[in-house]
Design a protein around this ligand. Structure first.
Ligand code: C2O
Ligand code: CU
Length: 474
């Protein structure tokens, strides 16, 4: 039963039945569960070692790059499980500074959330920590450190965590693109200066070299007629992508791991802020032998070609596109009761061309006027809000700045119900919502996961610069 762990990581997959009764009955059950039987969960074990490594990010005529990596790979190994499985990961720290791993978007117990000092002490150099949790939702997730993340992520620590549906939709291929962004010098080494105030107070550490799965890509090879489910993960510390698949019509089927009504992206481009994910289905309807650019045009006047979709000369796999449904089954999320929800507003302020006056030294951003931070480096735990377990909430996030902020709420997913007071078309579930300059968005959720959870900007320099707070669910 190792077939669906498609990772190079040393993963051992064991099957077991949940519960004592299940164990006792195990020998009597058929090997493959029938449609009526309770689907079996597996325990998947993995090991991640964070350590310095070298990676050939740029074409081979240039030198390789000294990076920090999980298991020596950039990005880290793809951890792949099925919905309901349990993941147990031993993380070893071979860096010379403390680290943790955060399982971004997974609704897990607070103690497994990987926020240093808030949910665990940082894993000291030479030490290890075992994360152990089940995966309630199918979808595209990722993992990354939460200690000095503006440095550790920018040096290469991040990897995909894919949770397959029990019955996946039909596609010829399921591909993962981990998008990375690096600030390199001419010799391909990573430029230092992490946490520079210039980055903290502006766009964050946007780099100069974009990679897909750890390489500056040339070609994405496809065959005419095939249907590809493409899982896009923005693992960059600051760069926002707006991907235009020229000549193709991607259909968005999930955002931040959560199914959404299948739709073509508004404006044609798939926009992904740091930490956001999108699952898209693309029918490869180009001609055999043809070539089509994928452009990233998010930043005006800085458009560039990311990669080419290159069709093989082979005849099409099929003459008509697949008609199989692409709608995904919903994950088990509690539906917020909007009529009874308690409402709060959270104002984001600061940044260059904004109100930085009065902020503590080194801080450039504030939430409701305060730069409290949360977890790492924060002596006193002081939640911005205390939420009652089981209650519905609507938080209005108000961006009073001249900058983009992808705001991430830990331990929960939320529906985006409005933007600038207009209802959203898809009421999408997200865990990270991008706010444009001066934009406001209402998010709604049931506070059903007890603990101390961060709400922060995922431009990692902004997070360090004060755009981070704790919310308690009690
Ligand atoms: Cu992906 Cu608090 O982070
Ligand atoms: Cu921000």
């Amino acid at each position: 039963m190792v077939s669906d762990v498609r990772s190079g990581a040393p993963l051992a997959r064991r099957r077991f039945l949940a519960g004592v009764a299940g164990l006792a009955a195990a020998p009597l059950l058929p090997l493959r569960s029938s449609a009526q039987a309770t689907p079996q969960s597996a325990l998947v074990e993995a090991r991640l070692t964070a350590r310095p490594a070298s990676a050939q990010l740029v074409p081979s005529e240039y030198p390789s790059t000294a990076v920090w990596a999980y298991n020596g790979e950039v990005p880290g190994p793809v951890l792949r499980l099925r919905q309901g499985d349990r993941l147990r990961v031993r993380v070893e720290n071979h860096l010379d500074q403390g680290t943790t791993v955060h399982w971004h978007g997974i609704r897990l117990p607070n103690a497994m959330d990987g926020v240093p000092e808030l949910t665990q002490p940082p894993i000291a150099p030479g030490e290890s920590f075992v994360y152990d949790f089940t995966l309630p939702d199918a979808g595209t997730f990722f993992y990354h450190p939460h200690s000095r993340s503006y440095e550790q992520v920018a040096r290469g620590l991040a990897g995909a965590l894919i949770v397959d549906e029990r019955a996946p939709i039909e596609a010829d291929r399921d591909e993962v693109w981990v998008l990375g962004d690096w600030r390199l010098d001419r010799d391909a080494s990573i430029r230092a200066g992490f946490g520079a105030f210039m980055d903290v107070s502006h766009n964050g550490r946007v780099g100069n070299t974009v990679t897909i799965n750890g390489k500056v890509p040339e070609a994405f090879r496809v065959r005419a007629g095939e249907r590809i489910r493409l899982r896009l993960i923005n693992a960059a510390s600051a760069r926002i992508f707006g991907l235009d698949f020229h000549g193709h019509r991607p259909m968005v089927i999930a955002l931040d791991g959560q199914p959404v009504e299948p739709h073509a992206p508004a404006g044609g481009a798939v926009v992904l802020a740091p930490a956001q994910r999108a699952d898209v289905v693309i029918d490869m309807l180009g001609a055999p032998g043809s070539r089509h650019a994928v452009h990233d045009g998010f930043y005006p006047r800085l458009e560039y070609r990311l990669v080419d979709i290159v069709y093989a000369d082979e005849p099409p796999l099929r003459t008509k596109p697949l008609t199989a449904p692409i709608r995904l089954p919903a994950n088990p999320l509690a539906e917020p009761d909007l009529a009874r929800a308690e409402r709060h507003a959270i104002a984001l302020s600061g940044g260059m061309m904004g109100s930085m006056g009065g902020l503590p030294r080194g801080k450039a951003w504030a939430m409701n006027g305060m730069s409290k931070g949360c977890g790492e480096g924060v002596a006193v735990f002081d939640p911005l809000l205390i939420l009652r377990r089981g209650r519905s909430y609507v938080l209005e996030l108000v961006n009073d700045t001249a900058w983009h902020h992808p705001m991430h709420w830990h331990g929960h997913s939320f529906r985006v119900i409005s933007r600038n007071a207009r209802p959203t078309a898809h009421r999408e579930w997200l865990d990270t919502v991008l706010l444009a300059p001066q934009e406001r968005a209402e998010i709604a959720f049931v506070a059903d996961n007890p603990g101390e959870w961060m709400l922060h900007c995922h431009v990692l320099d902004h997070q360090a610069g004060g755009m981070a707070a704790c919310l308690r669910v009690t």
